[in-house]
Design a protein around this ligand. Sequence first.
Ligand code: PLP
Length: 449
Amino acid sequence: RELFRRGLSSASPSLPPFDHSPRPYKGMLADEVLEKRKKFLGPSLFYYYQKPLNIVEGKMQYLYDETGKRYLDAFAGIVTVSCGHCHPDVVNAVVAQSQLLQHTTTIYLHHAIVEFAEALASKMPGNLKVVYFVNSGTEANELAMLMARMYTGNLGMIALRNAYHGGSAGTIGLTGLHTWKYSIPQGEIHHVMNPEPYRGAFGSDSARYAKEVEDHINYGTSGNVAGFIAETFQGVGGAVELAPGYLKLVYDIVRKSGGVCIADEVQSGFGRTGSHYWGFETQGVIPDIVTMAKGIGNGLPLGAVVTTPEIASVMSKRIQFNTFGGNPVCSAGGLAVLKVLDKEKRQAHCADVGSQLIDRLRTLQQKHDIIGDVRGRGLMLGVELVSDKDKTPAKAETAVLFEKLKDLGVLVGKGGLHGNVFRIKPPMCFTKQDADFLVDALDYAISRL
Ligand code: PLP
């Protein structure tokens, strides 16, 4: 109780030295924002919290509401804020570029765009050296799917059940969660079993899941596919790490069928897993196309597709261009993000803080039966809540705990088909003290259910 009254300690040796108290806020209050949002923004199924928070300021891993109350943001916006909210280096880069030139695009030359592309390519393994900039994860996956189809001349795409790849007319087809779908003709998209250790029918047996992919290709397609897409760590689907070795087996099968392999790194890239810079590396594979967004810009609207020169060459059959993709402001911000992550050694930091966090969460699991599974790596973690030994999703309890955590000053993500998974993916400056605070808050909330 005392801990929550005192709030989080703002002292952290790994943070840039700046004041962690919010500025006075004199803007519009929550009720008015909500009223205008309902009037002008169109309905949504999707509000976080019964009374949505009016967030007015962000500093590193903290967010502040209109009253100045501080929240530990253990969801990084939406896994978007990699370096920290308003990280000074990113802000400075964006401001400096904005004062010089806010918009140009790839029909002209601009140094920021190529510098960023070069820096990004230097982070990629193998022959993944050609970068296309877009504005979001959805757009990145649209482009990847188009590339796969153009390059192979095939149409069939294979995706995982439980995946989220976007909500546009094309990517909604790749997404494998009914809550996000709308039935429009998709054509040739096959969803295969999810290699999910905790809930999957074959547990962690990657070979059996891979066989099912092969069967899909053999029985459900002409035998040739355009591509296979997967997140290594499913985000929206509830922080699910794919069964070990799965991607290696499936990439082989898909390539034999003429398809290319796409890794959706929109959530898992940039060192968040701690053990590797990219999620796919945790499975020992090199994809043919990698898509990324969210953390790439620390909150700026930015996405990218990186592929090999050979696959990229097919794009010269048409004009590949978009107005904002790789604009200089986002490019300057994105380059600053890459530099910050290196300079502050964020990958190692994620490994270090993440291992303490996962250990403490696993200890908490021993104490509370409602915690069915604790999973993930680094600062890419999931806590799945269940009502019984049959793993019945504890939907109602999750909703209650979600609100309670918010009241205690901790924001987590919620995910999974049944909304019974807490997704813990904070900005990568999250500290061990923050990890302790989060676990204590969860313990406190569960104990009072
Ligand atoms: N791919 C993954 C793995 C995602 O988590 C998301 C968004 O949550 C997307 C793609 C779509 O990205 P965006 O919302 O930027 O369009």
